[in-house]
Design a protein around this ligand. Sequence first.
Ligand code: F6R
Length: 366
Amino acid sequence: EKDGYEHYMLKEIHEQPRALRNTMTGRIDQGCQRILFPDLGLSTEGIKEIEKVYIVACGTAYHAGMIGKHVIESLAQIPVEVDVASEFRYRRPLFKGKSLTIVVSQSGETADTLAALREAKRHGSSILAITNVVGSSIAREADHLITTNAGPEIAVASTKAYTSQLIAFYLLGLYLAQEKETLPAQERQILISALQKLPDQVELVLANAEGIHSFAHSIKDEGHLFFIGRGLDYAVSLEGSLKLKEISYIHSEAYAAGELKHGTLALIQEGTRVIALSTQAELHEKMVSNITEVKARGANVLGIALEDNVELHRSVDDVCLIPSTESLLTPVLSVIPLQLISYYTSVALGNDVDRPRNLAKSVTVE
Ligand code: F6R
C-alpha cells in the first residue's frame, strides 16, 4: 500500500505531480483560456460584490492560506485577512459589508477550523471550503466547495494536501479575477499555462533531489536552524520550518528576512545553519543583502532559488535550484526541497516519520 516507498510521507511527496493534475482537472477550459468552476455556486454578480475575504485554517493549511492571500489580492484585487482558526474564533472580526470566508482543511474535520466556519456563518459571511475530503463536516457546512482531489493523505505531515491547496488558490484567484475582470485575459492565459507546467516541474525537482539527502544528513545533529525569506518565500519558509520541527524534532524558526536585524540576528553565530529562499526577482537584491548579513556572522547558508538566478550562487554555501516559473507560482516548487529535507532528516534520526510524537492526523479537539 506504500507502493514500495519506505514511508507514506515519501509516497505522498512523490504523488504530488498527480495530485496537482487532479486538482486542475475539469477546471481549465480546452483552450487554456478560462477557469471553470461550474459547481462552485458563486455568480459573477456575487463575486463583484465581495468587499473582503477572510482565510481561516490551522497549521499547514494556514500556510497555504498565506499564499492564498497574495494570490487573491494580486489577481482579484480584493483585500484579504488570513488568520489561524483558533485565533480568528476569539478575536471578533468585524464582518462589515459583503465578505467571503475561505476555510482550508485537508481533513475537513479540524475542530477550530469548523468552529471558525460557524462563527463566520453566524455573522452572515458566505463560506467557501477548500478541502480534500468530500463528505467532511467542513465540506457539508460550507456554501461553496472546492475539493483538492489529492487522494487520501495518511502521513501526519502534510505534503500533497498543501501543494494541492495552493493549486486550488491559484484557480480560485484566477477565477475571481476573470469574473471581476481585474486581470487582462493575456496575463490570465500566461498564468494558466504556467500552472499546467507545474506538475512536470515538480517531477523534475523530485528527480534531481540527491543533494538534499546529504544536506539532511549534515543538519541532523543541529540544535536549531533558520529559514529566511520575503513575501511568498517567507510563507513557504514557515511551512518548511513546521515540517522540520514536526518530524525531525529539530527546533527551527522561519523569519521574514527583513526582520532579522530587529532582534533575531543575535542568534546567528559561527556555523549556524540557515536555509534562505529567494525566488522572487523583485526581492532578490534584498535577499542577497540579508544572506550577506547572516554570512558575515558565520552562518552556513543553503539557498533555494530559481535555476536562472546565477547571482545567488556566489552568496551562499550551497544551492538548490528549482525550475523557473511565474513568481506567483514558485511556492509549489520551492516547498518540495523543504519537504524532502524534513523527510530525510527525520529518517536519518530514526524517527517515526509517518507518526511523529504528540501529533494526530486529524485534530478534532480544540
Ligand atoms: C502539518 C499538518 C498540520 C495540519 C493541521 C490542519 O504537517 O499536517 O499542521 O495542516 O492540523 O489540518 P487540516 O488541514 O486537516 O484542517
